[in-house]
Ligand binder design. Structure first.
Ligand code: FMN
Length: 138
């Protein structure tokens, strides 16, 4: 089953996480397709059954408001039954945005993998690969 990885990243930290997760999935022989959120629309939900969505903590513990939040709002009614992992980078907070996002994704009926995977600022590459490899088994 191919995993679609869809992310937004302003300064590259969440992008680095996305690439590490992709590498971890591929290490386990799982197929993965990487997209920035600007490259896709809600139609991508009709093409894949397994997703990793990435967005850093922006605003005040929120999803990025101009691209990622509108995308996520548009797919929320298509998430039921999909396998989903959430990830993203943060700065000074305590991960509140991810807890909110996990709850929201579960409420939409998705089959959500584990805890949201968060990394402070620049991610640890090995941890990202490990997360991707573990998600490959989900
Ligand atoms: C406008 C703005 C708002 C932010 N708000 C938060 C926040 O509420 N909580 C937090 O922990 N970090 C916050 N950050 C820090 C980013 O989440 C952090 O720098 C992250 O690594 C950025 O990821 P990226 O490189 O993928 O864009 C904010 C950064 C910016 C630029």
């Amino acid at each position: 089953m191919t995993t679609a990885i869809v992310f937004w990243s302003g300064t590259g930290n969440t992008e680095a996480m996305a690439k590490g997760i992709e590498a971890g999935l591929k290490e386990k022989g799982a197929a993965a397709a990487l997209f920035t959120v600007s490259e896709v629309d809600a139609g991508i939900l009709d093409q894949y059954e397994k997703f990793a969505f990435g967005c850093p903590s922006m605003g005040a513990e929120e999803l990025e408001e101009s691209e990622f939040e509108p995308f996520f709002a548009a797919i929320e009614n298509k998430l039921a039954g999909k396998k989903v992992a959430l990830f993203g980078s943060y700065g000074w907070g305590d991960g509140e945005w991810m807890r909110t996002w996990q709850d929201r994704t579960k409420a939409a009926g998705a089959n959500v993998y584990g805890e949201g995977f968060i990394q402070q600022e620049a991610p640890d590459d090995a941890a990202c690969k490990e997360f991707g490899a573990a998600f490959a088994e989900f």
